[in-house]
Design a protein around this ligand. Structure first.
Ligand SMILES: [Zn+2]
Length: 124
């Protein structure tokens, strides 16, 4: 399927349904920067990629992905901006890595008030 904003091909399970449009994660998060009262976030979760690789937990992550993962676990959830600042990387980079962490079922995006937070996959 195509992202309704940037037009990139995105696997269906990676699309977010935001304000009546299917968007890729980057666009969904970008849109989130402009708070809207009635966003609807329906997140479809991919489980196949990781399983097919036979990986579990934090195995197979890059160092940066692991640091983001650790930070999310320790903080119990933080916005991409906070994670980026804490780890000294760009917010864009954090968002890019999040899609990997999502595929690995390690972290996901969750809406908290007007903010999208990165949270551990399983709630503590
Ligand atoms: Zn997009």
């Amino acid at each position: 399927m195509k992202c309704g904003r940037c037009g990139n091909e995105v696997p269906e399970e990676d699309l977010y349904f935001v304000q009546g449009q299917y968007l890729c994660e980057d666009c969904a998060m970008a849109r989130q920067a402009r708070p809207q009262a009635c966003d609807v976030w329906a997140v479809r979760i991919a489980t196949n990629t990781r399983r097919s690789l036979g990986q579990t937990g934090a195995e197979g992550l890059t160092e940066l992905q692991r640091r983001i993962y650790d930070f999310i676990i320790k903080s119990g959830g933080a916005s991409p901006g906070v994670v980026a600042e804490a780890l000294g990387v760009s917010e864009e980079e954090v968002r890019r890595q999040l899609s990997v962490l999502r595929h690995c079922e390690l972290a996901r995006a969750e809406k908290r008030g007007d903010e999208i937070c990165l949270v551990p996959w399983v709630k503590a």
